[in-house]
Write a protein that binds this ligand. Structure first.
Ligand code: G6P
Length: 370
């Protein structure tokens, strides 16, 4: 093929390791966060649209849907704009209340996913003309049909399970948050510059996370022998837990579910025993103390915890508690780093189980029919 595998065993592994480069490429040429970054191929001006809109509606499928779920926390929390995220295949078939002032944002690696395109057209049909796509293929239908666009530079993604497309989407969505926040006067130029500076360090931070691979391999040896797994996160890391569970299902065929940790007691706790590994995304944020008590609930039922903690999180390895320490705490950008060990976990678990990692059964890279 045109894309060489190089020293890697699978495209998925190669693409996981390309993420520092993919993020760097996506940020290249971004001198400062200005609306022009999102101008459309037909020359539509983003600044005019950004002034007009009062809400964001994100439509996507699969992994792209989870990047949208993550962005909701940024768009509401930092830009101060109401944001809803919908699975494209549901949105297109339900009666909804259109807001002509909404910015409709589609997220798609391929730009050709049938359900996402149909959802976009459905929104347009309801009178929502302010459309923007975060897309990895500049020549796709999605880019042609949306007024505004941001092209991620992940490069061609071959593994069916999306990895570098996801993290570059997050980078694009974070830039969108900054641009929208500035248009609405919620984020100052100085704050925006400071965030952009922080983003420029992501490639290095990602390298440091990728260096944790040997530790993830040892987790994967345990997971390869399980049939179920639970993923927990809170706040902005809940969508990361969802993405971790999706990745594990897709390529290792292990049944996995993700829950916001506060919901544990409302159901999934009943499933927890020594055969249920529980992955916990536990960055040092304002929800950490709550998360720790959720973790104790798991331990008390004999569940084995696999914890991604970061700097200054005082969670230590112990009986039934395996900790991988992330290099540093990355604040609001932390989801971009925490997803990487989860990608590696699903990858190495699948390799240990001998599945066809790059072409998992029953799945397609791009679903262009309904
Ligand atoms: C398929 C792929 C997923 C992808 C989803 C959405 O299900 O297997 O990896 O996340 O489609 O694709 P898109 O190209 O719209 O991001």
């Amino acid at each position: 093929g045109a894309v060489e595998l190089g020293p890697y065993r699978h495209y998925m592994q190669k693409e996981i390791f390309e993420q520092p480069r993919a993020i760097a490429d996506t940020l290249e040429g971004v001198q400062s966060v200005v609306p022009e970054l999102f101008d459309g191929v037909e020359g539509d001006a983003a600044w005019r649209v950004f002034k007009e809109i009062d809400e964001v509606l994100i439509l996507a499928c699969g992994t792209s849907y989870y990047s949208g779920c993550t962005a909701k926390y940024w768009i509401e929390g930092l830009a101060g704009i109401r944001c809803n995220v919908e699975v494209a295949s549901e949105y297109r078939y339900r009666k909804s209340v259109p807001n002509p002032r909404a910015l409709v944002v589609t997220i798609s690696q391929s730009g050709e996913t049938a359900d996402t395109l149909a959802a976009l057209r459905h929104a347009q049909g309801l009178g929502m003309t302010n459309t923007l796509t975060i897309c990895n293929v500049a020549t796709s239908a999605m880019v042609r049909e949306c007024k505004l666009s941001y092209i991620t530079r992940a490069g061609m993604e071959i593994g069916v399970a999306s990895t570098k497309a996801f993290t570059t989407q997050l980078a694009g969505l974070f830039l969108l948050t900054l641009a929208l926040g500035q248009s609405k006067g919620h984020i100052t130029e100085a704050q925006s510059d400071a965030y952009l500076e922080k983003m420029r360090h992501l490639p290095l931070a990602l390298q440091a996370v990728l260096a944790l691979e040997p530790q993830v391999v040892s987790w994967a040896e345990d997971f390869a022998r399980k049939e179920n797994a639970l993923f927990l996160g809170r706040g902005i890391h809940y969508p990361i837990a969802l993405e971790g569970a999706l990745k594990l299902k897709e390529i290792s065929y292990i049944h996995a579910e993700a829950y916001p940790a506060g919901e544990l007691k409302h159901g999934p706790l009943a499933l927890v025993d020594s055969e249920m590994p529980v992955v916990t995304v536990a960055p040092n944020d304002e929800l950490l103390e709550k998360l720790k008590s959720n973790m104790q609930e798991v331990r008390a039922r004999g569940g084995v915890l696999y914890v991604l903690a970061d700097a200054h999180t005082n969670i230590e390895n112990a009986e039934g508690m395996h900790v991988i320490r992330m290099p540093e705490h990355y604040g609001v950008l932390s989801p971009i780093l925490h997803v990487v060990p989860l990608q590696l976990l699903s990858y190495h678990t699948a390799v240990a189980r001998g599945t066809d990692v790059d072409k998992p059964r029953n799945l397609a890279k791009s679903v262009t029919v309904e």
